[in-house]
Design a binder for this molecule. Structure first.
Ligand code: ADP
Length: 227
């Protein structure tokens, strides 16, 4: 949640974690890490750690959720109790329900759902360590897991945040920036001028392009394919 603050989060163009405004945190993606899922991914993004597992396409249950002409994507984002420093109550809460819903909507746009009438594709995203940006990390990991499951998609979805701290537009907010910064584009909270909004969009877009390469490399590595 972005809030107004005087806390110095950038000094001489360098952020508290040493990054420049347009730099991503370190990202490591591994596809095909779980034996029991049809497709899977483990992702480390800064200090965030996320697993994603995909099952399906399978017959959709409960039946009243089935669509006669397409599959539905049932995505579920959860944070482990030990993923944050104050133990989190296990299970879904309002925040994770909202993130799960948004992820389902996003994946239904890219998965070729029309090829699987009455089916369901289940996408489980489990955050095991959280340090801001977990919804982006989870959606990114789930995209790789969907590809790893061999589910036909128009493309993968890279997800990356941008925002504003100390009046400077920055890419991929860390925990301090998320807590004490002035805006978070992804959640549309805080204040951005029209120019800053444009700048934040451009930054997030180029961040997503860089992220996309890392996602592709992870799949190439997992399948031993060519780049
Ligand atoms: P995102 O992780 O996508 O940035 P938020 O902006 O809602 O989502 O959360 C920012 C960060 O706040 C999380 O990554 C996590 O570190 C922390 N956080 C979120 N929910 C909780 C919670 N229930 N308890 C403790 N910390 C939390």
């Amino acid at each position: 949640m972005a809030g107004q603050t005087d806390m110095e989060l950038i000094k001489n163009g360098v952020r508290l974690d040493g990054r420049k405004p347009d730099e991503l945190r370190d990202i490591k993606i591994t596809a095909g890490v779980l034996d029991n899922a049809d497709g899977s991914c483990y992702l480390e993004w800064g200090n965030n750690k996320v697993y994603a597992g995909v099952f399906g396409p399978m017959e959709c249950h409960p039946r009243h959720k089935q669509k006669a002409d397409r599959a539905i994507v049932q995505a579920r984002y959860t944070m482990a109790p030990f993923s944050v420093n104050d133990r989190k109550r296990p299970g879904l809460d309002r925040r994770s329900t909202e993130i799960s819903y948004i992820a389902s909507q996003a994946f239904e746009k890219v998965v070729m759902v029309e090829e699987f009438p009455k089916a369901s594709i289940r996408v489980d995203m489990q955050v095991v360590e959280a340090h801001a940006g977990t919804r982006c990390a989870a959606i990114t990991a789930a995209s790789v897991a969907l590809a790893d499951a061999g589910i036909p998609m128009r493309d993968m979805i890279p997800a990356c945040a941008s925002g504003k701290v100390n009046d400077i537009v920055v890419l991929d907010l860390n925990k301090e920036e998320d807590n004490y910064g002035q805006a978070d584009l992804l959640q549309l909270d805080g204040h951005l001028s029209p120019d800053q909004f444009e700048e934040a969009m451009d930054l997030a877009t180029s961040g997503c392009m860089d992220l996309y390469k890392i996602m592709r490399d992870a799949l190439d590595k997992s399948y031993g394919g060519k780049k």
